[in-house]
Write a protein that binds this ligand. Structure first.
Ligand code: NAP
Length: 470
């Protein structure tokens, strides 16, 4: 049995599965721990790191992506290694991790979408917004999807930031998009888009919308799109008025003021319109072999416990649309051999410690980020979340509540991957790809042209390695 001591001779070895913000914040919290010597191996399904920072953050939000500079510093630490192009559950399983590490941290995020549960939801031209986002960001697993942008009117269902991202990307001009790192295939398809009206449908009222204020305000500053809000839609019911006036949520009050301002601004004949509608829930997507309309019910806000819920009335409306994006939240996906709570879409855990269906602790296993707490919060929310998980992990180490690895060495995982013939990428490889993408961008006056196929990434790396050093 391995006796860990967290020293140079016998470091604590941690495997992190996933490489998004929660994974990097976890790595940093471990590697900067002053008490123990810790080694971190990070395993990622794609050849490239950063999870939703690369494949989720909107391409026209480059500032948000600069968080990768922080991750870069973590990756530069001596005891950090990145293994890209390694899929947990296929190339590497739990039974490979436990003999080689003291702990595993699952940082895999929430990889699918929540379901509306209404008839017609899966008709052609009804898509999860999460897939559209992954497509326009060039995620290799989604880059071959197609979206029928030949229709003039599109509905985006949901009142969160993803809905706003999707609406904005649909509304931007080709010139605006060209200045971003949006994937080439998406740029081309969006440049030919015939979409004119983008309806954002919220099931609750303007006081309950989940947008953050900066994102909401940004809708009003697009080059060739007007924001349309019917002032009647901003009339507040007594519960919402009381909520806004109570000062309980500064964001809600700010959002409401922005919505009023946007409604007042009115239309100025721009080519596209983003129309915000509130208090409508889809009850059915209508169409024969593709979406032709969305049928909605009008809601009222009513109080359920402390929650301001959408309660349906008798009023229905059919809105003709040719394309629907369901943007009602992400949902976690189970990992083979790891406990999973299907209802919540998370790995069940107590403060990051994984528990099974009987509530018993799973020694050596931890969760962090969206797969731990559900798909809420911004990138920065993952920092305290990671610190909590790492605190639990280190506390457990002190009580020998860890895996008992028979082979806790760096070489043993290298050997295993080599035996299996897995062509993994290193962090150095990512630096090369990063550089190549920026060079490709520079050549056409864009910030970056992403590789969107795994095979293209791997052959670009081979070529670079083969090229003679000047
Ligand atoms: P979200 O913020 O949870 O919003 C989901 C929306 O879907 C809510 O408006 C919700 O309404 C609605 N919804 C849920 N079920 C519904 C149903 N059955 N019918 C109709 N509407 C339904 O999720 P998200 O937009 O996917 O964003 C996920 C997280 O990422 C959020 O924390 C978000 O802030 C963050 N994010 C941040 C940025 C940024 O900072 N720029 C960008 C993108 C995402 P209710 O409120 O009534 O439940």
């Amino acid at each position: 049995m391995d006796l860990f001591s967290g020293t140079r001779a016998n470091p604590i070895r941690v495997a992190i599965i996933g490489s998004g913000p929660s994974a990097f914040y976890t790595a940093e919290a471990l590697l900067s721990n002053p008490e123990f010597v810790i080694e971190v191996d990070m395993f990622e399904h794609l050849p490239t790191p950063f999870g939703l920072v690369r494949a989720g953050v909107a391409p026209d939000h480059p500032k948000i992506k600069t968080v990768t500079h922080t991750f870069e510093r973590t990756a530069g630490r001596e005891r950090f290694r990145f293994f890209g192009n390694v899929t947990f559950g296929r190339d590497l399983v739990y039974a490979d991790i436990a003999p080689r590490y003291h702990a595993a941290v699952y940082a895999v995020g929430a990889q699918t979408d929540r379901q509306l549960g209404v008839p017609g939801e899966h008709l052609r031209n009804s898509h999860a917004a999460t897939e559209f986002v992954a497509w326009y960001n060039g995620h290799p697993d989604y880059r071959d999807l197609t979206f029928d942008l030949s229709h003039e009117r599109v509905a985006v269902i949901g009142n969160g930031n993803v809905a706003v991202d999707v609406a904005r990307i649909l509304a931007r001009t080709p010139d605006e998009l060209r200045q971003t790192d949006i994937a080439d295939h998406a740029l081309e398809a969006l440049a030919a888009s015939r979409v004119r009206e983008i309806l954002i449908l919220g099931r609750r009222g303007p006081a309950q919308a989940k947008f953050t204020s900066i994102e909401l305000r940004e809708l009003g500053s697009l080059a060739d799109a007007d924001v349309v809000i019917d002032p009647a839609d901003l009339e507040l019911d007594p519960l919402s008025a009381e909520y806004l006036h109570s000062g309980e949520s500064k964001t809600a009050a700010r959002n409401y003021a922005i919505l009023q301002e946007l409604a007042r601004t009115g239309q100025s004949g721009r080519r596209r319109k983003i129309i915000l509608r509130f208090l409508v829930s889809p009850v059915e997507l209508l169409g024969v072999d593709r979406v032709e309309a969305v049928r909605v019910v009008r809601n009222e806000i009513c109080e359920r416990g402390h929650f301001m819920s959408p309660c349906p009335t008798e009023d229905h409306e059919t809105i003709p649309v040719g394309l629907v994006f369901r943007s009602i939240g992400y949902h976690g996906v189970p990992l083979p051999g790891v406990p999973f709570d299907d209802g919540q879409g998370i790995i069940p855990n107590k403060r990051g410690r994984v528990i099974n269906e009987h509530g018993e602790r799973m020694r050596g296993e931890y969760a962090v980020g969206w797969i731990k707490r559900g798909p809420i919060g911004i990138i920065g929310s993952n920092k305290p979340d990671a610190q909590e998980t790492v605190e639990m992990l280190l506390r457990d180490m002190a009580f020998h509540q860890h895996f008992c690895p028979v082979n806790p060495t760096r070489e043993s995982i290298d050997r295993l991957l080599a035996q299996r013939g897995i062509r993994f990428t290193t962090y150095e490889d990512w630096r090369t790809l990063d550089q190549l993408e920026m060079e490709r961008g520079l050549a056409v006056g864009r910030p970056r042209c992403k590789f969107t196929r795994v095979e293209d990434m791997l052959s670009a790396l081979e070529e670079t390695h083969r090229a003679p050093v000047p």
